[in-house]
Design a protein around this ligand. Sequence first.
Ligand SMILES: Cc1ncc(COP(=O)(O)O)c(C=O)c1O
Length: 430
Amino acid sequence: MSFRDDGAAALEWAARYLERVGDYPVLAQVEPGDVRARLPASPPEQGEPFAAVLRDLDEILLPGITHWQSPRFFAYFAVSASEPGILAELLAATLNSVAFLWRTSPASTELEGLTLDWAAQLLGLPGGWHGHIEDTASTSTIAALAAAREATGRDVVVCSEHAHSSVDKAAKLLGLELRKIPADDEFRLRADALDLSDAAAAVATVGTTSTASVDPVPAIADKRAAAGAWLHVDAAYAGSAWACPQLRRSQAGGDRADSLVVNAHKWLFTPMDCSLLWTSRPDDLRRAFSLVPEYLRTSEEVDSLSEYGPALGRRFRSLKLWAVLRCYGREGLQARIREAVRLAELFEGWVREEPGWEICAPRSLSLVCFRREGSDEENEAIVERVNRSGELFLSHTRLDGRYVLRLAIGNERTTEVDVRRAWDALRAAP
Ligand SMILES: Cc1ncc(COP(=O)(O)O)c(C=O)c1O
């Protein structure tokens, strides 16, 4: 078989998968170790046809896949790898650029800059910010906090108790002291409790992981200006909503950030991984990361994006984001985001109207936090039961000590019928 024939078979596999993904149990119905037990312990001596890989993908791996592409994936933050993004990944792998210097991939380096400028315009961010792509928001936050330490010479980071654990991890990795500020009764950082006098950075979360609550960024920006601290805004999930002007309320104060992260792989229909990191202080990022050994010295007076983050080798990630922005356009992206918010609003209404169920946090964008009257154990059992059924997959959080269910909408294939099926399954759970 040729590359062309195998490629056609792989593309056919991908197309059929996307057509049927809604028919699979959303959460993998396997036990730990099941997948590995069905695979040979050692690699083959002789090469096998690519068809054997596709066969094992169907027979052995597929049952062990939790289907993030399913329209009834409602856990964590739901995501979509869109068709233009998937095809662009294939092309990026084909080119296999390793863009650590401008000269090792001029097109990749320049397209990354352009695409981040496009994305900034789409989201209504200030013009002139420097943007580049990291693999994940975890890495973007590490980069931002390293720059904050470099710029301020301080070693304290302050965030809310609801900030993502990636902030804890970045602080741990960078040897920074992390101070957590309590949240108010709507799960937002309490700015009145914020003291940044010795802080390198404040991390404000716009769209927290538990409830998508929005920290008071303008008040945090005021305090950090007085204290000379860095302001990093983590808008990993919620930032994509800014593509819709009517969903930009949460952007207030964001223009005063020193760095801001939005994950295109969360709600901008771009396959994992693609985390967009902008900074208004690129020189500080560069000071934190630039190291140019002799073998990387070149005559060109141009930026190499590897000087703005931890990794040297860089994938051609901008190609997939560029493909999505081009093939969906601003209007296509807005329509998909608005629909997810509409569906979340609908679901919220059903929960509110249903006796014995309650909403546990103000609905923010496409995330609904709710629970049924009863004990934590009973609510945990509902989640366990519906997830095991394969009908849908949702996750939980704990708010004020109580176990709370979360329904996150973000997959582009999710329709009202899917959300209704989810609600029926939840209500029917004994
Ligand atoms: C608010 C927030 N920040 C950061 C992250 C980490 O994202 P990543 O998996 O890209 O590191 C998440 C993940 O869900 C998140 O919700």
